[in-house]
Write a protein that binds this ligand. Structure first.
Ligand code: TYM
Length: 344
């Protein structure tokens, strides 16, 4: 019997404005998993181009996400960091999955509805088929665990449906090749910690997002200390002091968001944060949050800046990572071809 080993895969789109939500919900979690798992972290440039990207900005942003991974402490020697377009098997398996996934499944994807907006007829075909490529990203490594923020949950469920349908559609061929438990694992989402959904600093009902037109809505990983301080001081709040227990945050989305950010940055739970800060006015809590955010995020921004000064070094890391990623992906895709009857 061929055993599956535990493997982590995740990705971030190089679409600019990397922010605190990306860091706390995803990249910081990526770094934590290094000690317990074999990890593959991808800069998903093929996903980015589902919406038009200026080519020079795309290259810059690809290097910037790479720099963020490294500045967050991910070790590119022990694990793999690479950009998606260098490993052709992602796109090849995505085509296979275009033929596995059903139109009805994709029609339910809320992210497509949000991104395409009212003008759906004018969205790219790639934006619609995006979740199939995402399933291919994960499954071309037969990855078992996927750390993501809350907003990717539905896409992960679709990846599981695709893996399951592929396993069922070809169950006989898969068993003949010696896989007793299906060919693809059903990848598990890892949505953990107090900041799986960081909200906009200007509107506690909207998630913090790269595409929000207001720069004050997010803390960018490249923001300097003064900018971080200004954005936190201007963050929307309500007039009440902080409650002493998390129950008291109900109906107070802005307060809940700042407490969640504080908790994630300090490595405490929201309950612990409120135990020490309950009863505080926002003016003093915000000052503590400024100090904490500058202490934690400042060095990451500075390290990213330093790494971005040497693009040849970043490109070498991506090239090396891609070569190692291909070594895993190529035999998996070769097996998929065998399973499906595509002559190699
Ligand atoms: P992307 O580039 O939009 O976001 C990267 C990661 O950041 C998380 N995130 C957040 N977490 C908490 N609060 C927020 N406000 C917030 N905003 C974003 C996202 O959940 C994500 O984990 N489709 C993916 C990229 C992708 C991928 C994959 C992920 C492509 N292929 C395969 C995992 C596995 C995306 O657009 O992420």
């Amino acid at each position: 019997m061929i055993e599956l080993k535990q493997r982590v895969f995740s990705g971030v789109q190089p679409t600019g404005n990397l922010h605190l939500g990306n860091y706390l919900g995803a990249i910081a979690r990526f770094a934590e998993l290094q000690n317990s798992h074999e990890c593959i972290y991808c800069v998903v440039d093929l996903h980015a181009i589902t919406v038009w990207q200026d080519p020079a900005s795309l290259a810059h942003n690809t290097r910037e996400v790479t720099a963020a991974y490294i500045a967050a402490g991910i070790n590119p020697q022990d694990h793999i960091i690479f950009n998606q377009s260098q490993v052709a098997e992602h796109a090849e398996l995505a085509w296979m999955f275009n033929c596995t996934a059903r139109i009805g499944w994709l029609n339910r994807m809320t992210q497509f509805k949000e991104k395409a907006g009212k003008n759906r007829e004018n969205a790219s075909v790639g934006l619609y088929a995006y979740p199939n490529l995402m399933a291919a990203d994960i499954l071309v490594y037969r990855a078992t665990h996927v750390p993501v923020g809350e907003d990717q949950k539905q896409h992960l469920e679709l990846s599981r449906d695709i893996a399951q349908k592929f396993n069922n559609d070809f169950s006989e061929q898969i068993a003949d090749l010696g896989y007793n438990d299906g060919f693809f694992p059903l990848p598990e989402p890892l949505i953990t910690g107090p900041a799986t959904r960081v909200m906009s600093l200007r509107d506690g009902s909207k998630k913090m997002s790269k595409s929000d037109p207001s720069d004050l809505s997010r803390i960018n990983l490249t923001d300097d200390a003064d900018t971080i301080a200004k954005k936190i001081r201007k963050a929307k709040t309500d007039p009440e002091p902080l409650p002493s227990e998390t129950d008291g945050l109900k109906g107070r989305p802005e307060a809940e968001n700042l407490v969640g950010i504080f908790a994630a940055l300090s490595g405490a739970s929201a309950d612990e944060v409120l135990r020490t800060h309950g009863g505080a006015q926002f003016s003093s809590f915000k000052q503590d949050l400024v100090n904490l955010a500058v202490e934690k995020m400042g060095p990451i921004g500075a390290e990213m800046q330093k790494l971005m000064d040497d693009t040849a070094h970043i490109d070498a890391i991506l090239g090396d990572g891609a070569a190692r990623a291909r070594e895993i992906a190529a035999p998996v895709y070769a097996e998929v071809k065998k399973i499906a009857g595509l002559i190699a």
